[in-house]
Design a binder for this molecule. Structure first.
Ligand SMILES: [Zn+2]
Length: 390
């Protein structure tokens, strides 16, 4: 029997803090958690604090010398070894960095265990989704790759087919790299084109290593892509691949930095489209993976206006009590936002774009359209490798 959905949370994850001028402000996690409570969603899930990932778990993905370097920098940040990507502008070292990074990873690993064992039907860790961390180094605000670790743990527990869908505006490069040669893991990333955005990878031609051709999928979207294009791209690529791969469990990364207000990237997606993709991932989990779904957060740097609403929608969907887009945001939460940030929080759970409409691939495509060119490039690069018609 599968129990209720789980929300993985330990207040200490808000200690993942690179400092005052860093864009990844942990207030985004705290405000999301409060908004979840403000809607009473904490009553609809089991709130679980998992143990931090231990050494043997971290080593499922990360190199021992890298873990040692993180630990050393965690004690003495001034001595961080930059050759591991730590102590840099993107990933400054801070006291306790190892512990809090392992704690976040532990929440994703715990989510994966609960879902695999049937203790929970779905589980969500919105503090996770740190998809840029590499086996041997930190990158792009990510120290340990909790998404990769969750997948590696699923494989360790016996999973033979795990699908990973990453809709963060940035390429899910660390997860792709971790399973590049592993045919058991299908990674699909939709992101802004590498020509215009970090980490400059995620080209459609990246389709997996020799032993795993066709298990890496990349949709490189033109800067400026909005709701209709983003949803068209998702639905023109993801469902067919998931249907063919037949995953036993679905892991999804929901970086909220595709939003038009996000300061670090150039897509123009609304909260309403983000919610629509969350619903689509939930549907795919039920249709193809027996409901087994691990949902993660990710990037998102509009920390007041966007992130809390986007991930509260995600928690609602995981909990089986989706928040309606039209819902008004409880006044108490807005007061807390003002007290903590001196900003006025949003008033509603929508950007006013609901319901978002888009046109399916079946209706045909326009070879001169840049969005359609992006979709076509992906389909042509990878669909034949999976026995699908491009
Ligand atoms: Zn991102």
């Amino acid at each position: 029997m599968s129990g209720r959905a789980q929300l993985m949370w330990d207040e200490a994850v808000t200690g993942y803090d690179f400092g005052r001028d860093h864009p990844m402000d942990p207030v985004r996690l705290a405000l999301t958690r409060r908004l979840v409570d403000a809607f009473g969603l904490d009553k609809d899930v089991d709130v679980v604090a998992a143990q931090p990932a231990g050494e043997s778990t971290l080593r499922l993905v990360h190199r021992e010398d890298y873990i040692e370097a993180v630990k050393a920098a965690s004690v003495d940040p001034a001595a961080a070894d930059q050759s591991y990507g730590i102590g840099t502008l993107d990933d400054p070292a801070f006291v306790g960095m190892h512990e809090v990074s392992a704690l976040i990873a532990g929440q994703s690993v715990g989510a994966a265990e609960a879902v695999w064992r049937g203790e929970a039907l779905h589980a969500v860790n919105f503090a996770g989704g740190l998809h840029h961390a590499m086996p041997g180094g930190a990158s792009g605000f990510c120290i340990y790759n909790d998404a990769s670790l969750a997948i590696a743990r699923l494989l360790e527990l016996g999973a033979e087919r795990v699908a990973y869908i990453d809709v963060d505006v940035h390429h899910g490069d660390g997860v792709q790299a971790a399973f590049w040669e592993d045919p058991r893991v299908l990674t699909i990333s939709l992101h802004e084109h590498p020509r215009t955005l970090f980490p400059q990878t995620g080209w459609p031609e990246e389709t997996g290593g020799e032993a795993a051709e066709g298990t890496a999928v990349n949709v490189a979207l033109p800067a400026g892509t909005g709701d209709a294009g983003w949803l068209r791209a998702f639905h023109s690529v993801v469902p067919e691949l998931i249907a063919e791969f037949r995953p036993q469990v679905l892991v999804t990364q929901h970086g909220a930095d595709t939003h038009f207000e996000d300061p670090l990237a150039h897509l123009a997606v609304s909260l309403d489209a983000q919610r629509a993709v969350q619903v689509a991932c939930h549907d795919l989990a039920h249709e193809y993976a027996d409901g087994k779904w691990v949902a993660l957060g990710g990037g998102g740097y509009a920390v007041v206006e966007v992130v809390p609403r986007s991930w509260t929608h995600l928690v609602g969907i995981v909990a089986g009590r989706a928040i309606e887009p039209e819902a008004m945001i409880p006044e108490g939460w807005r007061q807390e936002v003002f007290a903590r940030t001196r900003q006025l929080g949003p008033a509603r759970m929508t950007d006013g774009r609901w319901p978002v409409s888009w046109v399916g691939w079946d209706a045909g495509y326009d070879p001169a359209d840049r969005l359609d060119q992006a979709v076509l490039a992906t389909r042509r690069a990878v669909f034949p490798l999976r026995g699908l018609l491009a």
